[in-house]
Design a protein around this ligand. Structure first.
Ligand code: EPU
Length: 331
């Protein structure tokens, strides 16, 4: 056995909300063979399995029953502009390294907390770019038949903060590596309001700017524990958006795509006076209304109650439902 299973492991520092969490059994895996061995270990003992990356988009219960598998693989390979990175690679480090090499396509996604393996799961996006645009394939371990396989971008069914890995196959497919097709021709994407007029000539200067903008707007998870946007921006049909604008002409303009018009959940939440609202140690960030922070000793229950309260208040006031962006574990 190439991996060690430990009992009753404290994962408080392994989730960026810093919720107090213990895993019944825990192991770190570095290569595909270890993933297969760890899964066989869990199945032989009838243990449920939880896959953990950098813990930056999950809300974990106080105790995770079964085996928690922490993806630690660090391999990165390059064939011309095709980059393949293992799940355990830190996302921001990968982006900065590729930008330093002059490779383009991921620069607007700099500064997003998390691991490479988590990037396709919620199709991370920021500043006018979604990761699906550069992904060519995703390597997975399929628990159904114990085989590794490669999924094409189409197989991944990407949507706004969504993919096959979040939905029906959440417990079946484990992301082991992600391949990106990058370009050596820099075309800055500055459509997003905060980047308009930016004078950037290289992917590295764009990544540096994006990192600075993010730091200025969003609470830093290393000092103020959080999981980034807690709510997705609602996507409205043309008629619903028209009606919304008529009733709320003061709302910031939405962003229209094929799927509909995305309106700003942060604005809805702020209008409800919820910034700074607390349940126990959980608080709606007073810096950015989309973010729920652990303001000190927050529990899983505090986070759940506060998130549900925000949904209820926004629904009562605007008749719109907000969806959670992070994945909740436990009941
Ligand atoms: N606003 C408020 N109150 C606030 C913050 C914002 O009213 O406290 C309003 C402002 O009018 C602002 C608008 O909401 O113009 C939009 O806010 P922002 O520009 O910060 O972007 P966002 O749409 O809220 C999305 C992503 C972020 C991503 C940024 C930048 C979602 C759910 N969130 O936020 O993603 O960084 O755009 O591209 O799509 C994440 O996924 O964790 C994340 C941080």
């Amino acid at each position: 056995m190439g991996f060690a299973v430990r009992n009753n492991v404290d994962l408080t520092s392994a989730n960026t909300l810093r919720l107090p969490v213990h895993a019944q059994y825990y192991c770190e895996v570095y290569v595909d063979e270890e993933i297969a061995e760890a899964i066989a270990y869990a199945e032989a003992r009838d243990l449920s399995l939880t896959i953990l990356g950098d813990g930056s988009n999950v809300v974990l219960p106080p105790r995770i029953e079964g085996l928690t598998l922490h993806m630690r693989s660090q391999a990165i390979t390059q064939e011309e502009n095709l980059i393949t990175a293992a799940s355990g690679v830190n996302w921001h480090s990968l982006v900065m390294r590729l930008c330093e090499d002059g490779l383009c396509g991921l620069e607007n996604l700099a500064g997003i907390p998390g691991s490479v393996g988590a990037a396709p799961v919620q199709n991370i996006g920021a500043y006018g770019v979604q990761v699906e645009e550069t992904i060519v394939s995703v390597g997975v371990y399929d628990r159904l038949d114990g085989c590794t396989r490669v999924l094409s971008r189409d197989d991944c069914c990407f949507g706004y903060r969504d993919s096959i890995f979040k939905g029906a196959h959440r417990d079946r497919l484990i992301v082991t590596r992600v391949s990106f097709a990058l370009s050596d021709h820099f075309e800055p994407i500055t459509s997003y309001r905060d980047l308009q007029g930016a004078d950037v000539t290289t992917p590295l200067s764009m990544a540096t700017l994006v990192t600075r903008v993010r730091k200025g707007k969003l609470p830093d998870p290393t000092t103020t524990p959080n999981v980034g946007s807690f709510f997705k921006n609602p996507v409205l049909s043309e008629s619903t958006y028209t009606a919304f604008r008529l009733t709320h002409p003061e709302a910031p303009e939405g962003v229209t795509s094929d799927a509909g018009t995305k309106i700003h959940a942060a604005w809805l939440i702020e209008q409800c006076g919820l910034k700074g609202h607390r349940v126990g140690g959980a608080m709606v960030s007073s810096q950015h209304a989309l973010v729920i922070v652990n303001a000190g000793k927050a529990t899983y229950r505090d986070i759940r109650l506060l998130a549900a309260h925000v949904q209820d208040v926004v629904s009562d006031r605007f008749n719109l439902s907000l969806e959670f962006e992070p994945t909740f574990y436990g009941n």
